[in-house]
Ligand binder design. Structure first.
Ligand SMILES: Cc1cc2nc3c(=O)[nH]c(=O)nc-3n(C[C@H](O)[C@H](O)[C@H](O)COP(=O)(O)O)c2cc1C
Length: 298
């Protein structure tokens, strides 16, 4: 009986380790902290649908298709006219789809085709149908070349409670372009581990040696890509007597030598770290070099 129990405990421990390494655990932690991403898209002929599904695959986010209750004409010219009429009358076409649990998403990747230079009016209905306070909307579109800028401007006016990320016209965008765009908007990529970037005076010093003069102070600016939501940053010096660091990330070069500053970023149960090595040099006593005198003839 006791041996059986031991075996069961071992199996449970092994499953736990497997969950940790496979990322399942992190997925659950994300859900526990309520940080989730949703892809919402509207598409008539399937181009935006294809792009939305690709984005869903890259992010592992949930996905919902928005559809208008009233069907649009199948004839192209009639369709153009119907869309134009909706735009001219600032219509809010009723939606057939309803999103349950909208509250739990903090990032909405919102996709649509460009209709007459902007987002279809059904997108406006969507933006006015849910509570977007505290949410980040990252728009994407497909188009015949018009681009997304006008839509972003218009959506910002309609949905004032959300913050907007950088939009992208994803027509013909490849995987790496999409990944770059998602990362720059702080969206986690499925299976990717987050990256911590450390900057001193706008210069990327991540995993590098950076020189400071004895007595000098510098603020570390930390950012993390591949994560959305809140984060908690801690700083640790390998040798406080050489380089000290405050809880806000201000380093001080105390005495000549070298020390490593470890930066750890935590988000719920996820954590990621990076470092910068600070070399403290004594103040230079040498006089600055004088520029050579130039003589002009002629
Ligand atoms: C009513 C309507 C208006 C459109 N207006 C524009 C436009 O102003 N600029 C543009 O570049 N493309 C325009 N298009 C082209 C679509 O944006 C493009 O074909 C899009 O990829 C279609 O996406 P979907 O297949 O997801 O519906 C328009 C298409 C329709 C049907």
């Amino acid at each position: 009986m006791r041996r059986k129990m031991n075996r069961a405990a071992k199996v449970i421990a092994l499953l736990f380790v497997l969950m940790l390494t496979s990322g399942l655990f992190w997925g659950r932690a994300d859900a526990a902290s309520g940080k989730k991403t949703l892809v919402v898209y509207f598409s008539r002929t399937g181009t935006t649908k294809k792009a939305a599904e690709q984005i869903q695959k890259l992010t592992g986010a949930d996905i919902v298709r928005l559809e208008a209750r009233k069907k649009y004409p199948s004839d192209y010219d009639e369709m153009l006219e119907a869309a134009q009429k909706e735009q001219d009358s600032n219509a809010r076409p009723k939606l057939a789809s309803k999103i349950t649990g909208f509250k739990k998403y903090d990032t909405i990747l919102l996709g649509f085709p460009i209709w007459w230079g902007e987002q279809p009016m059904a997108i406006n209905t969507f933006l006015e149908s849910y509570d977007f306070s505290g949410k980040k909307v990252i728009p994407f579109c497909t188009s015949g070349g018009s681009g997304i800028a006008d839509s972003v401007r218009s959506m910002k006016k309609i949905c004032k409670t959300a913050s907007f990320g950088t939009g992208l016209d994803v027509t013909n965008a490849g995987k790496s372009r999409l990944q770059k765009w998602l990362k720059s908007n702080g969206v986690s990529l499925a299976g990717a581990s987050p990256e911590v970037t450390i900057k001193i005076r706008k210069k990327d010093v991540t995993k590098q040696t950076c020189s400071l003069t004895k007595g000098e102070k510098a603020a570390l600016k930390v950012s993390v890509s591949g994560w959305s939501g809140g984060k908690n940053i801690t700083y640790k010096s390998s040798d406080k007597k050489t380089v000290s660091v405050t809880s806000k990330g201000v380093v001080k070069a105390v005495k000549a030598g070298t020390a490593k500053i470890k930066v750890t970023v935590k988000n719920g149960k996820k954590s990621a770290a990076s470092w910068v090595k600070i070399k403290v040099v004594k103040k230079s006593t040498a006089k600055p070099e004088q520029p050579e005198k130039q003589s002009y003839s002629g």
